[in-house]
Design a protein. Structure first.
Length: 144
């Protein structure tokens, strides 16, 4: 008898230093939508953000008092989250047109890779399949 898988989705949970700055980045800059939030005492403490079928959670870490945490280094350093897309280059153009700093796309592992850092240094990547040769750098003149 085959059991139905119980796990449905992996959702990254980021501890962030400034939830307002993170929300500006993910919602206003990247187009995520806030689906759930927790606001004890009227202050946003946690939220669930969604973009298409992908999601992530943000919670501002307390810097003093009960349950406080002070990171030894930059919070998101060394952490990358990859969002698989239909067209990563369309996302690149949208981000670039909003004046947001984003790396020039390239082909890696048979996919267009678009990457940028969030306010805490988490590496955010958008990728989509391509048959363009490995290592190709994107230019608007390039035929996909």
């Amino acid at each position: 008898m085959n059991a139905k898988p119980n796990v449905k989705q992996a959702v990254p949970f980021f501890s962030v230093s400034n939830i307002k700055a993170s929300i500006r980045f993910y919602v206003e800059d990247l187009g995520f939508e806030m689906i759930h939030k927790w606001e004890p005492d009227g202050k946003l403490r946690w939220c669930w953000l969604q973009c298409g079928d992908a999601a992530l959670m943000l919670q501002e870490f307390r810097k003093e008092g009960h349950d406080s945490w002070v990171p030894e280094g930059k919070v998101g350093e060394g952490v990358s989250i990859v969002f698989m897309c239909e067209d990563a280059l369309a996302i690149y153009r949208k981000i670039k047109n909003r004046g947001i700093e984003v790396s020039n796309p390239f082909v890696g592992n048979g996919m267009w890779v678009v990457s940028l850092n969030d306010p805490d240094g988490f590496r955010i990547c958008f990728e989509s399949d391509t048959d363009v040769p490995e290592g190709t750098e994107f230019s608007e003149d390039l035929n996909r």
